[in-house]
Design a protein around this ligand. Structure first.
Ligand SMILES: *Cc1c(COP(=O)(O)O)cnc(C)c1O
Length: 410
């Protein structure tokens, strides 16, 4: 065993994560039985508890039929409320500002119904040029829905020539009086850049815009304080750092100052207050909480894994995870010395992700997987992403990734 491998194992002994709580897939190649998993920013691993707790909910249906709505150990009617407080704690929100529902892009649309209210003189939407395509399509379709030309309405922010990430000052300068909505990724999916959410939010408000955040890569990755930062609205998915499974239910945040306000919303029977829902009245009476943005009755068996996952975050704490995340990412960065890392080097400007510019990223990631058992994520044509996830990634995983990458690149 090399000195560097011994060193990685020593670090794992002194700074362990919580790998024992997760099922780590077997490797299909290389010298180790388990994969070194760096795709937790794409799909997090399954917590061991998820299976049993999902089966409990599933068996309540077998045992109770329709009576499970009230009589299940975790009754289905108020089930979504079990997720509200832990989700709120994770993103620094009040429970009244938080709801788990739908999927991410659907939530962005439902929130834009309320918060993208364009006028002829103020109808522009600001996003990053490297926004996730779903966000790009969503804002373009919103602009068109309101009768605007998407090319004209959507402003795409690009880093300065020769730079890979956006400077906060450059973002702020783009926020003119024609901007109706700023909708940025809290952590950029491609570069891993963590944006200065409070500063940009404040600047957007000064410019008279509404400021929403897509937290797909931020929730469960970095500590957030959505309420204190005065964010207008936000949405996030639960299958990346939140480990709630493929396509898992998403979260949504609406700031307290908008709750109970007379905003346009798309409504369904779950938009009405729970106490009178079953009076089956023709008009909704929405509660003054984020629950008013719900539309349909929620899928219990999809909420179950989110509940299990949020319990883990509650137990360990995002601040503790962030500390380990910074140590683990710094270690990986050191091991990758000499590679073209496009993620900011300042730990305060990134989460648990390092993106590398690598020619033939797709082929490199295939070789990493099948020859070394290292799971990274390629974004064609030339970006390779590694997410050392503080819950289950190890220093030894990082050592394996760096060693394998050096061999593949040689
Ligand atoms: C992962 C991700 C999505 C995915 O959208 P879904 O609606 O969950 O399919 C959207 N936006 C961003 C920024 C993402 O990272």
């Amino acid at each position: 065993m090399s000195t560097s491998e011994r060193e990685a194992l020593d670090l794992d002994a002194t700074d362990p994560g919580h790998r024992e709580l997760f099922d780590v897939p077997p490797a299909q190649g290389g010298d180790y039985p388990e994969v070194a998993y760096f795709a937790g920013n794409s799909l997090g691993l399954r917590p061991k508890a998820t299976r049993d707790e999902l089966l409990e909910d599933l068996d309540a249906w077998a045992a109770l039929g329709v009576e499970g709505h009230l009589d299940a150990a975790r009754p289905w009617l108020p089930y979504h409320e079990l997720l509200t407080a832990p989700a709120a704690r994770l993103v620094g929100a009040l429970p009244s500002e938080t709801v788990v529902m739908n999927s991410l892009t659907v939530n962005l649309h439902l929130l834009m119904v309320s918060f993208y209210r364009p006028t002829r003189s103020r109808h522009r939407i600001v996003i990053e040029d490297s926004a996730f395509p779903s966000d790009s399509y969503a804002v373009r379709s919103q602009a068109r829905f309101h009768g605007y030309d998407a090319e004209d309405a959507v402003i795409r922010l690009r880093p300065r020539p020769g730079e890979d990430s956006l400077r906060t000052s450059d973002v702020v300068e783009q926020l003119g009086g024609d901007v109706a909505l700023v909708l940025l990724g809290g952590v950029n999916y491609l570069t891993g850049e963590l944006m200065d959410i409070p500063t940009i939010t404040k600047a957007g408000h000064l410019a008279g815009a509404v400021v929403g955040w897509d937290l797909a890569h931020a929730a469960g990755n970095v500590p957030l304080a959505l309420h204190d930062w005065n964010v207008d609205f936000a949405a996030w998915c639960s299958y990346k750092y939140l480990n709630a499974g493929p396509g898992a239910l998403a979260g949504a945040f609406v700031h307290e100052r908008h709750l109970g306000a007379d905003l346009p919303r798309f409504e369904g029977w779950w938009s009405t207050e729970a106490a009178t829902r079953f009076e089956m009245k023709p008009e909704a009476r929405p509660p003054a909480t984020a629950d008013a943005w719900q539309v349909s009755n929620p899928p219990i068996f999809s909420m179950s894994p989110v509940r299990t996952s949020l319990e883990i975050f509650d137990k360990i704490g995002i601040d503790v995870l962030r500390e380990r995340s910074m140590r683990l990412t710094a270690y990986l960065e050191k091991q990758l010395a000499g590679m073209d890392v496009i993620t900011p080097t300042d730990p305060a400007r990134r989460g648990a992700q390092l993106s590398l510019r690598v020619q033939g990223a797709g082929e490199v990631s295939r070789r990493l997987r099948f020859e070394y058992g290292v799971i990274a994520d390629a974004r064609e044509p030339d970006v390779l992403r590694f997410a050392p996830v503080p819950l289950y990634s190890t220093y030894h995983d990082c050592w394996r990734a760096a060693t394998a990458l050096a061999e593949v690149m040689a």
